[in-house]
Ligand binder design. Structure first.
Ligand code: SAM
Length: 297
């Protein structure tokens, strides 16, 4: 596994600044969140304790509360402002959507997926939508395994290396610095899950294409989302007008039907806490670690 060290302070700052307007542009995040919730319907699980890891503005928190009204929810995010926003949004949902259970309010915690602020064997469901791609897979999966009960379930989405390949290619015409975040492939993710002791990991990928009028509109959306470049080898300092013009020109090679595509490779995964019996999710394709390794070109 390559050593891509995301800068934690930068991630927290970047998402923190994004908290207010994140929901305006989180189109993909809503789609993968819905898909993850749909997949969760296929498991008969009555979790008592649910952790929404990398909760962001908390959109899935209300939906999880509705699905599991008796559960105690925990909302964790590395960005303080995201946690605040999640609390505000949940309160608004309580007011607007009368269906939300009022008995057990979520617990809100600022915390790192690589050092979770909770006890061993204390969680029945870890739900992590598009958050783990900002973490070291070995450390974060080991932490998730630690807090999950043996028959607890992890359901997550993450991003694969093909994500934003058009933008990466366009930047390559400017210089050799990484301008787009690097993401781990499914093989690395599966290996990290196995190493962490998570049981029966299952992974698959799906591609989504968002379209934009201009490459500047895409880059603006990424900024609003807080998904800025956090590579430690990224180029520091302001990006010049000429560089942005070159990126825009290079991105034009991808224009199709009048629009510019932005590809997202979404990795869907689940696994059990370890030991004990595991149940299959209906219709799932089980991928053994050998098969994951076999897929690597
Ligand atoms: C793309 S957002 C997804 C938010 C939310 N899950 C959703 O579905 O809208 C990623 C979130 O993960 C959080 N995050 C990134 N690294 C994290 C870490 N190491 N520990 C906890 N949260 C993290 C970010 O602050 C951000 O709120």
């Amino acid at each position: 596994m390559s050593n891509q060290q995301p800068n934690k302070n930068l991630i927290a700052r970047s998402f923190g600044q994004a908290a207010m307007h994140y929901d305006d542009v989180a189109v993909l995040q809503r789609q993968t969140g819905d898909e993850l919730l749909d997949r969760l319907l296929l498991v008969t699980l009555q979790p008592k304790n649910i952790l929404d890891l990398g909760v962001g503005t908390g959109r899935n928190l209300s939906l999880l509360a509705k699905r599991y009204p008796k559960a105690q929810l925990m909302a964790v995010d590395i960005a303080t402002e995201m946690v605040k926003q999640a609390r505000i949004n949940y309160r608004q949902d309580e007011g607007l959507k009368r269906w939300l259970p009022i008995s057990a309010k979520p617990h809100y915690l600022v915390g790192d997926a690589e050092n979770l602020p909770m006890a061993d064997n204390s969680v029945d469901l870890v739900f992590a939508n598009l958050a783990l791609q900002w973490c070291d897979p070995r450390t974060s999966f080991a932490e998730i395994q630690r807090v999950l009960r043996p028959d607890g379930l992890l359901m997550f989405t993450s991003l694969g290396p093909d994500t934003l390949h058009e933008l990466r290619q366009a930047w390559a015409s400017v210089d050799n610095y990484p301008h787009v975040n690097m993401f781990y492939d499914m093989h690395d993710v599966g290996e990290a899950m196995m190493e962490a002791g998570l049981a029966e990991p299952v992974l698959d990928t799906d591609r989504y294409t968002l379209t934009y009028e201009t490459s500047m509109a895409l880059m603006k959306d990424l900024k609003v989302l807080g998904a800025s470049n956090v590579n430690s080898e990224r180029r520091r300092g302001l990006t010049g007008k000429q560089a942005l013009k070159t990126v825009a020109e290079s991105y034009e090679q991808f224009r199709n039907d009048g629009l510019l595509p932005a590809t997202y490779e979404v990795v869907y995964g689940h696994a059990w806490g370890g030991q004990a019996k595991q149940q299959n999710i209906e219709g799932e394709v089980r991928i053994s670690i050998d098969q994951i390794q076999g897929r690597k070109a």
